[in-house]
Every structure is written in structure tokens, then in C-alpha cells.
Design a protein. Structure first.
Ligand code: ZN
Length: 503
């Protein structure tokens, strides 16, 4: 058994190392690589993906995991070895079920589709993309069909990103949330608009980056095990538990862009940096699902970074960094500006209240496409109609309509969006749980102190890595399933106060 466990760790570590090497190449591609490196880089990444896939689906790995089953069954569920074997077996069986030809077809198609999208989006050229999307839909259905026995065809695709979640559970949660959000958005729209002009102006890049890095350092982001660089579309990436990097994007005429993207990605990074070092180079050494990951980026970005207590401490420092721009702007004006609610066409620019409506409509459209209740040719119009219905806006063209997000054009249709809203819902549920456990939390946040919050999250969420699925983790930490209540209460309280809404 000891030998088998050792062999398992060796095999998993090799898979991990190939994937980490690919992550370094991807990070470089998105930060410093000159354009001339593109063709060779694509080939190098494909080679590494092929090698790691063949190791991850090696039948010998499957046999080893079966041989370790009796050992696993003797251990308590929480035991690290049991978790390692359980999580590795799930990952193995998922990857091994998808035939290598299908993986190759999807990756070739995704690359071609992504290339076509980069040209079609600026032109709003939906006609070029529809036949490509038809192929994506067909491949997505074939992937789902590798996992027979599902209740809804999207279930296997959702499970790949948010293990343990199902279309039916997500649908029910979203319906509950939508019923609360739509009237809240309407009530806010009836109030006078907030002036956020204080966030525009000239804010030199160097000061913006310095302020953001100071803030995340105070949160507990460890710069000896990470660094921040610039990119076009900010992301977090991890090469090992000792090297968890973030990227950001600076707009010299918009103060909120770099700051909140830095805080968002640092939230993802705090999760990864907080994982038990004993899990290094195993499948346990990463966040457990898209939704739980997003709960951490959103918790730090919104529940902390856009909160009044946070800015009571940090606003004087921000004013000191930009005296000419913010010297005459009050804390109250600034706080209202960074929390302005305004229905918009672009998901990534959306405020906290309207954001989830963008996600839900994508989720519903994905499900309809996969089920076949919506024909692909009707998708662009369905998109427009739903924006009008939910946000009161009609995109003037398809560029800012159905073509706006990369997700459907660089991967499968199904499973890519629900994690954003699950993350928002969970961020408030975890924050409320932390508050109940640590009564001094708000007073500490008001003093710019984060050790209690960070420590609580590390103890209850971060250190476990992927040891528990999201539903298991949520149950353990909060004593119940994922619930919209705390999130709705948070939004109602915060925005009720901000917009002077009754009740
Ligand atoms: Zn994120």
C-alpha cells in the first residue's frame, strides 16, 4: 500500500508539473511574449497538453486508483490520503471518459473558433460565427453524452466546472435570486443617478499600481510567493503553492479599473496561497470549484473592497496618493461612485446588483441551446430580447450582444457562466458566517486590519484546497446548503441605504 501510494503521488506530481509548465507558458504569452512567439508557443502548449492528457488518462493510473480503494475505504472521509485518492479518481474517470479524438477535435475547433471570433467580434459579424457555434454545440453535446445518466444535458458540463452542482439546483437558486433582483434594479433606476465622475480624470499608472499592491499586501497576499504583472484580460495563475501570480490592467483615465481587478485577482490568489502546503503537486492543491473560487475574488473585491468600513480606513490614503484628483471629493461621494448601479450591456463592466442578471440570461440561453428548445439561428435575437426584458436595454449590434464574451467561442457551450453567480451568492453566505463567528470583524475592517477575516477563511475554506466539493465545503462551513438569503439581505441593505429605498 505504501508503495502504491508513493507511485500515485509520483504520477500525480508528473501530471501537475506538465500542467504547471503549460501555465508558465500561458502566463508569459499573456504578459511579456513578443508577437513573433505566437506560433511556436501554440505548438509548445499543444505538446504539453497532449503529454499531460496521456498521463492523466493512463489506464495504469486507473488501476492504481482501484488498487487503493480498500485503503481509502478504511480511512475517515476527512483523511488527507482518502481525499487524495477520491479526488484523483474522480478526475481520472472524468478525463478518461472523453475519447482522445473528441478532446483533439474540440481543441482544434476551439482554436479556430477563437481566431474567427477575434475578427468577427469587432465587426459584429454574427453570420460568420453561427456555423462555428453549431459545431461547438454539437461537440458540447457529445462531451455531455460521455457521461450518460444525467438528468439534464448540461449537468455533466456544469459538473466539470462546479462539481456537485446540477442544472436543476442552479436554476432554482437563480430563479429565487432573479425574483429579488429585478424589482431592486427597477427601484434603483427610479432614483436619481449617482455621479461617478470623480473616478475619471488622470490617475498616473505608477500610483495606481502602488496603491493596489499596498492594499492586497494588507489583505495578506504574500509577495514572496507571488507577483503582479500587466495584461489585457486580468487573471490569476498558479505554478506551485509557492508561486501564485496575478495580473491587472491599468486605465490612466479610470481609477476603478486597476484597483478592483487587482483586488479581485488577489482574492483568487489568497485562496490558492492559503492551501495546505502538504497538498503541493497533487490534485488537492487548487481551489475546489469555479463558484467557490469566484466567491473569494468577489468577497475581497465587493464585500470588503467596496464596503464603507474599508474605505473609512483607506480613503485618506487614496486621497494622499491623488491629492489633485480626490482632495475635494468626500468619502461619501467616492463610496457612492464605486457602488454606482446602472444597467449596462457589458457583463464585465456591470455593477454588483445588475451583474447576476447578465450571468443568468447566459445560463438560461446555454441550457435552451443544449436542450434544443432554442435554435442557434434564433440565439442573437433571443439575446437582444432578454437584455430588453431584464435590463431594459437593447444592444445596438451583435458586437456588444451575443459576441461579447469569449466563453462560447473558445470552449464548450454549457457550464462556463453559473460559477460567477454561485460565487456572488456564496461570498455573502461565507461573509455572514465569518461575521457570526468573529464579532470584531467590522471594527477590524474599519481599522484596515484583515488578519481575523483572512485567518478565518484560511482555516475554513482555503487550507482544504479541493479536498471537499463545493456542496460538501459549504455544508461543513455554514451548516447548510448554498442559500441566496444572505446575498439578497446584503444587497438590499447596502443599496437600500445608498439609494434611499424604503424598507
Ligand atoms: Zn474571478
Amino acid at each position: 500500500m505504501e508503495t502504491q501510494l508513493h507511485e500515485l503521488r509520483t504520477r500525480l506530481s508528473e501530471i501537475n508539473d506538465l500542467e504547471a509548465a503549460a501555465a508558465v507558458l500561458q502566463w508569459d504569452q499573456s504578459t511579456y511574449m513578443p508577437p513573433g512567439g505566437a506560433a511556436a508557443r501554440a505548438r509548445q502548449l499543444a505538446t504539453l497538453a497532449r503529454l499531460s492528457h496521456s498521463k492523466a488518462t493512463d489506464p495504469a493510473l486507473g488501476q492504481l486508483l482501484e488498487a487503493l480503494r480498500p485503503y481509502e475505504e478504511r480511512l475517515p472521509f476527512e483523511h488527507d490520503d482518502a481525499a487524495l485518492i477520491r479526488v484523483a479518481r474522480r478526475a481520472y474517470s472524468k478525463r478518461a471518459r472523453i475519447p482522445p479524438e473528441l478532446v483533439a477535435e474540440l481543441s482544434a475547433h476551439s482554436a479556430a473558433c477563437y481566431q474567427a471570433w477575434t475578427r468577427a467580434r469587432p465587426a459584429g459579424d454574427v453570420a460568420t460565427m453561427l456555423p462555428l457555434l453549431a459545431r461547438t454545440l454539437e461537440l458540447s453535446r457529445r462531451i455531455a453524452d460521455c457521461f450518460p445518466g444525467y438528468a439534464h444535458i448540461a449537468d455533466p458540463l456544469i459538473d466539470l466546472a462546479d462539481e456537485g452542482m446540477r442544472a436543476a439546483t442552479v436554476r432554482a437558486l437563480f430563479a429565487e435570486l432573479r425574483a429579488e433582483l429585478v424589482p431592486l434594479v427597477q427601484a434603483i433606476a427610479a432614483r436619481p443617478p449617482v455621479d461617478d465622475s470623480c473616478l475619471r480624470g488622470h490617475f498616473p499608472e505608477e500610483q495606481q499600481l502602488a496603491f493596489g499592491e499596498m492594499v492586497i499586501g494588507r489583505f495578506g497576499y504574500d509577495f514572496t510567493r507571488g507577483r503582479q504583472d500587466k495584461t489585457h484580460h486580468p487573471f490569476m495563475t498558479k505554478f506551485s503553492l509557492g508561486d501564485v501570480r496575478i495580473t491587472t490592467r491599468v486605465k490612466p483615465d479610470d481609477l476603478s479599473e486597476a484597483l478592483f481587478s487587482t483586488i479581485h485577482e488577489a482574492g483568487h490568489a489568497l485562496y490558492e496561497q492559503g492551501i495546505d502546503p502538504a497538498f503541493e503537486a497533487t490534485p488537492l492543491a487548487s481551489g475546489t470549484s469555479a463558484g467557490v473560487h469566484e466567491s473569494q475574488s468577489r468577497l475581497w473585491e465587493n464585500l470588503v473592497g467596496r464596503s464603507r468600513p474599508f474605505w473609512e480606513h483607506f480613503y485618506p490614503q487614496l486621497q494622499a496618493a491623488f491629492p489633485a484628483q480626490l482632495g475635494a471629493v468626500s468619502l461619501d461621494q467616492f463610496y457612492r461612485a464605486i457602488n454606482k448601479v446602472q444597467p449596462s450591456l457589458i457583463r464585465t463592466d456591470a455593477d454588483e446588483v445588475t451583474y447576476n442578471l447578465h450571468v443568468m440570461l447566459r445560463f438560461d440561453l446555454e441550457l435552451a441551446l443544449l436542450e434544443g428548445s432554442l435554435a442557434l439561428k434564433d440565439l442573437p435575437e433571443a439575446w437582444m430580447a432578454r437584455y430588453q426584458e431584464d435590463l431594459g436595454l437593447t444592444p445596438p449590434d451583435h458586437r456588444d450582444g451575443v459576441l461579447q464574451d469569449v466563453h462560447w467561442f473558445a470552449g464548450v457551450i454549457g457550464g462556463a457562466f453559473q460559477g460567477y453567480t454561485i460565487g456572488n451568492i456564496l461570498s455573502a453566505q461565507l461573509f455572514a458566517t465569518a461575521h457570526a463567528a468573529c464579532p470584531t470583524l467590522d471594527a477590524e475592517l474599519r481599522r484596515g486590519q484583515f488578519a481575523t477575516l483572512h485567518g478565518w477563511l484560511r482555516e475554513h475554506v482555503y487550507r482544504h484546497g479541493s479536498k471537499f466539493t463545493a456542496p460538501e465545503l459549504i455544508e461543513r462551513v455554514t451548516g447548510g446548503p448554498l442559500q441566496t438569503g444572505p446575498y439578497v439581505a446584503y444587497l438590499r441593505h447596502k443599496y437600500g441605504e445608498l439609494y434611499g429605498l424604503a424598507g
